[in-house]
Design a binder for this molecule. Structure first.
Ligand SMILES: [Zn+2]
Length: 342
């Protein structure tokens, strides 16, 4: 499974994709930018269209560039996208992967009728943009079965080799009326099964344990901005464990590492920890942010690599119980292992 690193145009550091950066992560093979950022920064939008997205960001040839349409950002902060402006951007900036210009995200609080309205609007957009590499979007919601049925019965959409799955975040955030975790997992499993060998991208995952779940469910790629968001709050991610707060940056509360976890961090082989160790992780300002973010992304990439090694060797089942020290996620992983076996 490809881990796609979500970036922010407001601060492109740490430049984890850039071989010339001290924070370069050679294992990283894909990055994602949001059109919402470009829409709010016209000069950058123009520059990316002039130079091409790859050259604008300095992305090497072996790293894929993904463009998200920014619908999730609009859902939480309002605003809208001009579809024409998005089309123009796609045409000129040439991202390797781009979603349809807008999708309408059903949130758990919506009524059935409102969720179905999102489905109708998103499916209309999928049909309007069935050409030229636009990746159609469907959503995890109470109406996923209708989505899949409509999608697979459309003779043009059926030809698409790639599909993106959204709507997971509002459910994982434990919003009021959010779907129970098991239903979210069932839904991803159902989408995976019914979409056959199409390449399936999932929007917006982030924790190390959710990466286990996505890889086990056969997702092909998943993007995350969580490595940066956590870093900004002084949080580091750890292999097989929950998040820990290492830098006291104000109002963010959370669990600090215990002695064993400090020891894991002290030995961390990521480039940030190799350069500056725990002091780098604890630092404030941009320096600390870059260290924690690089460390977090490296941890995600490495975790997925470890999971995949075990899955292909058939040793995952025996391994994860000792590796994953997270009481919330262990039963979910057991549940997904059962789904896989069924
Ligand atoms: Zn590290």
């Amino acid at each position: 499974m490809e881990v796609v690193a979500g970036l922010s145009l407001k601060n492109l550091k740490p430049r984890v994709w850039d071989p010339d950066s001290p924070h370069y992560l050679p294992e990283l093979k894909a990055i994602m930018v949001s059109y919402a950022d470009f829409a709010s920064m016209p000069a950058r939008r123009q520059a990316a269209m002039r130079e091409g997205l790859r050259s604008f960001l300095g992305v090497p040839a072996n790293v894929m560039t993904y463009l998200d349409n920014g619908s999730f950002y609009q859902l939480t902060r309002g605003g809208g996208t001009s579809h024409k402006a998005y089309e123009e951007f796609v045409e000129k900036a040439k991202p390797d992967w781009h979603a349809i210009p807008q999708d309408f995200i059903p949130t758990p609080l919506m009524t059935d009728e409102e969720q179905l309205d999102c489905l109708r609007q998103t499916m209309a957009m999928n049909r309007d943009y069935r050409h030229d590499g636009y990746v159609p979007v469907i959503h995890i919601s109470r109406h996923l079965s209708d989505y899949l049925k409509e999608f697979l019965s459309d003779e043009h959409l059926r030809q698409k080799r790639e599909v993106a799955l959204g709507g997971i975040v509002p459910n994982l955030l434990r919003a009021p009326k959010a779907m129970p975790y098991a239903d979210v997992l069932d839904s991803v499993h159902q989408a995976r099964r019914e979409l056959g060998n199409r390449r399936l991208h999932v929007f917006g995952l982030g924790g190390t344990a959710t990466m286990h779940l996505a890889a086990l469910l056969g997702v092909d790629s998943a993007d995350s901005a969580g490595w940066r968001n956590r870093a900004a709050r002084g949080i580091v991610q750890l292999p097989g464990r929950g998040d820990r707060v290492v830098a006291n940056l104000g109002n963010w509360r959370g669990r600090e590492p215990d002695a064993e976890e400090w020891a894991i961090l002290a030995k961390c082989p990521c480039p940030a920890c190799q350069a500056d160790g725990i002091n780098g992780l604890k630092a404030d300002g941009l320096r600390g942010f870059c260290h924690r973010a690089t460390h977090n992304l490296w941890t995600l990439l490495n975790e997925v690599k470890e999971v995949e090694l075990r899955l292909s060797a058939g040793t995952y089942q025996g391994w994860y119980q000792g590796h994953l020290d997270n009481s919330t996620y262990r039963p979910l992983i057991e549940y997904v292992l059962k789904l896989r076996g069924a």
